[in-house]
Design a binder for this molecule. Structure first.
Ligand code: ADP
Length: 245
């Protein structure tokens, strides 16, 4: 058994745009050990979103493979892929994507309901407690701050105890203080619960909470930094963005 929560092998994804073919991911191979926090950075158009979508089973690569635990996603039927996403993968987005008519606890219980399971109240409370919102269970999204809404989204992503939690700019809509609170929460989940997190971000401060930062350029892994501070990450990004095509 591998110690990797998820592995990408030679992942390639092309898009047709007009008559031309764009290679969004070009033979990307990466392993994400269980209980590690990885940030994915790179200039606009470098393939970050495509990487996240393929790794999370939301998009299918042209070639290569994605393995979550011992399950290879390539070749799974749509139904099996949907089940795997529902039970083993969590996702948080920049825009929170909560249902406005539901309370915090109803939003959090939704993934279990969609899987045909009856959520236990204690289970929902537990995960809301974990994100520090045990006293906001009956609030609707409009009655919560941006940071609190993102915490509800986090609780919703964690209710199924996913193998991997993906974040697509999860702090992109938050002010810097609130961002730090959410990032501290993410870091705690890695350190305390051995949660595996993969997060796309533009923000060097956010990336500095990760164990490792992977830099993509033109659909390829260009470089990575381990345990880097925000200043080092920012200067690496500046160099990458200044590099000639
Ligand atoms: P990033 O998230 O780093 O900005 P993306 O993964 O969105 O990069 O895009 C990588 C490349 O693939 C870019 O050149 C982009 O224009 C192209 N691309 C992404 N999605 C599509 C699509 N649906 N159709 C055509 N080209 C796409």
């Amino acid at each position: 058994m591998s110690n990797d929560a998820i592995r990408l092998r030679s992942l390639t994804r092309r898009y047709r745009s007009g008559g031309a073919s764009v290679t969004a991911l070009d033979q990307v191979s990466l392993a994400f050990p269980t209980g590690t926090f990885t940030a994915v950075m790179g200039p606009s158009g470098s393939g970050k979103s495509t990487l996240l979508q393929c790794a999370a089973g939301l998009d299918r690569p042209a070639s290569g493979s994605v393995t979550v635990g011992d399950t290879e996603l390539t070749g799974l039927s749509e139904t099996k892929l949907t089940l795997l996403r529902r039970e083993r993968i969590g996702f948080v987005f920049q825009a929170f994507n909560l249902l406005p008519s539901l309370t915090a606890e109803q939003n959090v219980a939704l993934p279990l309901r969609m899987a045909g399971r009856r959520p236990r109240k204690t289970q929902v409370r537990e995960v809301l407690d974990q994100v520090g919102l045990g006293d906001r269970t009956r609030h609707r999204p409009t009655q919560l701050s941006g940071g609190q809404q993102q915490r509800v989204a986090l609780a919703r992503a964690l209710i199924t105890r996913p193998d991997v939690l993906f974040g697509d700019e999860p702090t992109g809509a938050l002010d810097s203080g609130t961002s730090r609170e959410v990032l501290t929460l993410l870091r705690g989940m890695v350190d305390r619960d051995a949660q595996t997190i993969i997060m796309v971000t533009h923000d060097p401060v956010a990336a500095s909470y990760a164990d490792r930062v992977v830099f993509l350029v033109d659909g390829r892994v260009n470089d990575e930094l381990i345990g880097a501070c925000a200043e080092d990450i920012a200067s690496r990004m500046t160099r990458l963005e200044a590099a000639p095509c």
